[in-house]
Structure formats: C-alpha cells, structure tokens
Design a binder for this molecule. Structure first.
Ligand SMILES: [Zn+2]
Length: 375
C-alpha cells in the first residue's frame, strides 16, 4: 500500500514525540530577552563548511551552523548561540508580536522543513521549492517542476512536491519522492534530475559515488551514481546515516529495532544496539540513543555499542506561585550534532528545553527556549 511522504513523516514524528500534557505551552524566545542569562557554552565549530547531514526523519528539525544550533519546533522556531548559549526566536520582523495565533507571517511559527545549515543561514524545503533563509533574506534557490508518473498518481495535489534535503560537504541533495538532483552551493550549479527509486524514498545518505537510501517498503538500496543503477542490500531497514565510512541504520527483527553498522567495502553488517529507537545520533566515537525496551531512557555508548551509560536529564520550571513543575521525561527527544563540533544537543521539542553535552560526557548544560540558561 502506497503512503504519502509527508503524511508518513508526520505520523512518525507524532509517534516519535509521544504524548504530552504540555501542548498548550507556547514558547516565545523573543519575549524573554530581559531574562537572558548568558553562560559560556563556548562550543566552537572546526572549519565549518556545510553540515554533513543525511535525510533522516529525526534530523529534519534541527541543524548546526558555524554560530548557531537552529531548531524548528511546534513550540516556536529558535536558535541557540553556540558561544554564549543565548536563545532567540527566528523572527526579527519589526513590530511583530510573535503571537502563534494572530501574528501572520511570524517567522517563529513558520513551518521550515528539512533545514540544513550553511554560512549565515540555512536551506529548507517549502512545498516544491528549496529556499535559503538568513536574517536579511529569504530567497528561492530552486523551484521544482519535475515529476514522474509515480508523483502524478500518488501526489495528485502537488506532483512537484519535494521531500527533503541532505548534504555532503558543499553539495546539497534535493530529494523528491522517487528522484534527486544536486546543487553545488559553491558553484551554484544544479545537476540533472535522476530517478533512483520506484516508490517514495524515506531516508538517504551519501558516501563517495554511492547513495544509500530506504524506501516506503523499508528496503535498503545503494545507488551507484556512475553506473546509474540501484542494488538492493537489505530489508526492514530505515534511518540510514554515514559515519567514518560505515553505514548505520535501524533494522527490525521480529518487531525489535536494532542499530547496525555495515562495512561499505565488504557489505558485512554488525549488530550494535538492541531496542534502539529511530532517533539515534553519532558524534565521533560515540552513539547517542533512546532505548525502546526501557522507554525514554537516554544512553551514550561507544561506536561499537560497548559501555552504555545512562544520561539522566532533569529540568524544573516554576509556576506562577513559585511551586516547582516537575520534569516529565516520558517522551522521545531529538538529538542534534555535526561533524564540525564535539558536542551533542538533546532537544525536548515539547517543553522547549535543550541539553548540551560534550561528546562522550553524561554531564550537560541546560538551555531553556525561554532564553534562560540554568547551569
Ligand atoms: Zn514574529
């Protein structure tokens, strides 16, 4: 049975994010300027070019540039200054009240999809266009007019709809339901459009001359960009990414998700983590993940799955009477990192809290999207 990409992503995100009692809390970072208490995050990115980022449902909502972590969220869009830790909303429109219900065009509540950082801003998808957003500007980079019979049939309302962006060094991969093209962010040149799949692509990453992707049937393929042919590698797979020349992915066995790595020359795979939820993330020699059998517990382990250590995040807010509101961690978190930095961010998309950890550590600094830094 065919499924629609956006619908599917929305459902998976809802499943991933779980339920919340806090749905009516709106975070407006711009209103909290007086509360800003900068602490030194002092996170520096090494020779930032463009983030190396796969298309992976858990990585669509955050990206890390040379100066900022950007988060697009149902609570409001904000960025965190990597030096000072100061949090601010995207919106800098003069006179905007930043009200989620009444401020038409407020950038804090605009739906930016599949964001990827670049110098001074980020790329994102808006329906059938790729756009670049910065403090000064918001411009169309690419407007898609391409479709195949597949898109005409399964996306009849908008057959030119784009699915996501992925990046590999300076190359942006623009991904439609069954095809992709590239945009060289340096030379500003586009490639021809290339069909790689019969059905909708669900995750994608790039290593050398190969594109690895999964589709709506959870099949894993490698597409050789020189021979222009796809080869099936495995089944029941999703959430691919590349780290240090190895392919990582989630594969289900009897309903249980495992994290695997695959050596790309021998195609030999190794089972690393049992009950690893889809939102794993790799930074250097560490893997961060939530365990599905012990719901919501967060762990960091070695790159081979060894030595798992629990990360216990906590955050207390106070209500208007000054009474503490205990932190409910019964939810799935978003993990964000970049090859350019030695930090990982654990983002609570429902409460507007970000935890910043140095790679390998279980200690963290807490950043609240209201603009208050707690330690
Ligand atoms: Zn606004």
């Amino acid at each position: 049975m065919k499924r629609k990409l956006f619908l599917c992503i929305a459902i998976i995100m809802v499943l991933a994010c779980g339920c919340s009692e806090d749905k009516n809390i709106y975070v407006d970072p711009n209103k909290a300027k007086d509360n800003l208490t900068p602490v030194e995050l002092n996170i520096t990115s090494n020779d930032f070019s463009m983030d190396e980022k796969p298309f992976n449902i858990m990585m669509l909502n955050s990206t890390i540039g040379s100066d900022y972590l950007y988060v697009v969220s149902s609570l409001g869009n904000y960025h965190v200054d990597l030096q000072s830790g100061v949090v601010k909303g995207f919106c800098n429109i003069t006179g905007c009240a930043h009200d989620p219900n009444s401020s038409v065009g407020c950038l804090n509540y605009f739906s930016f999809s599949s964001i990827i950082a670049a110098d001074d801003g980020f790329y994102y998808i808006d329906s059938n266009t790729v756009r670049f957003h910065s403090d000064k500007d918001d411009i169309i980079v690419y407007e898609n007019t391409y479709s195949t019979d597949f898109e005409e049939e399964y996306y009849p309302d908008n057959p030119n709809v784009l699915g996501a962006l992925a990046s590999d060094d300076d190359i942006l991969y623009i991904i439609g339901p069954t095809y992709y093209l590239t945009y060289d962010t340096e030379s500003k040149k586009f490639s021809d459009t290339q069909i790689i799949s019969d059905v909708t692509i669900h995750s994608l990453c790039v290593e050398g001359d190969n594109i690895y992707y999964t589709n709506e049937n959870d099949e894993l393929y490698a597409f050789d960009t020189t021979k222009k042919e796809s080869k099936k590698l495995s089944d029941k797979v999703n959430q691919v990414c590349i780290n240090n020349g190895n392919l990582y992915y989630i594969q289900y066995e009897n309903g249980t998700p495992f994290l695997f790595s695959m050596d790309l020359s021998s195609h030999k795979s190794t089972k690393l983590i049992e009950n690893c939820y889809v939102n794993y993330c790799i930074n250097g020699s560490n893997i961060y993940y939530q365990n599905r059998s012990e719901p919501y517990k967060i762990f960091v382990c070695g790159i081979d799955g060894s030595d798992p250590r629990e990360i216990t995040v906590d955050f207390v807010e106070y209500d208007e009477n000054g009474d503490p509101i205990p932190y409910n961690t019964q939810r799935y978190f978003i993990f964000a990192t970049s090859s350019n930095i030695d930090h990982v961010f654990i983002i609570d998309d429902e409460r507007g809290v970000v935890f910043a950890l140095k790679s390998g550590d279980t200690e963290y600094k807490t950043i609240n999207a209201n603009g208050v830094i707690y330690n």
